[in-house]
Design a protein around this ligand. Structure first.
Ligand SMILES: [Zn+2]
Length: 75
C-alpha cells in the first residue's frame, strides 16, 4: 500500500498527483517519503512521479499537513 493521509484525507498516487496538478493525470507511480519539510508549515513532504500527458513526466511534492505543493518542472 502506498496510500497516504494528506490534509486528513487518504490519497492514492493518482489522487495525490491530481491534487498537485489540479487536473487528472494519465499515470502515477508509488508515493514516496522525502527529507524535505514544508516551507509553509514545516510538515512532512511526500513525492509522487506522474505523467500529466504522454510526453511529460513530472515529480510532484505535497505537504501532508497543508495545501503547499511543488513540482520539478522548469519554469
Ligand atoms: Zn505544509
Amino acid at each position: 500500500m502506498s496510500n497516504r493521509v494528506v490534509e486528513g484525507r487518504m490519497v492514492t498516487p493518482e489522487s495525490l498527483a491530481e491534487l498537485i496538478e489540479d487536473e487528472s493525470v494519465m499515470e502515477a507511480e508509488d508515493i514516496e517519503d522525502t527529507d524535505r519539510d514544508c516551507p509553509d508549515c514545516g510538515g512532512d513532504v511526500i513525492s509522487v512521479g506522474y505523467m500529466p500527458s504522454v510526453t511529460e513526466f513530472v515529480t510532484g511534492y505535497k505537504c501532508q499537513d497543508c495545501g503547499w505543493s511543488d513540482t520539478d518542472r522548469a519554469e
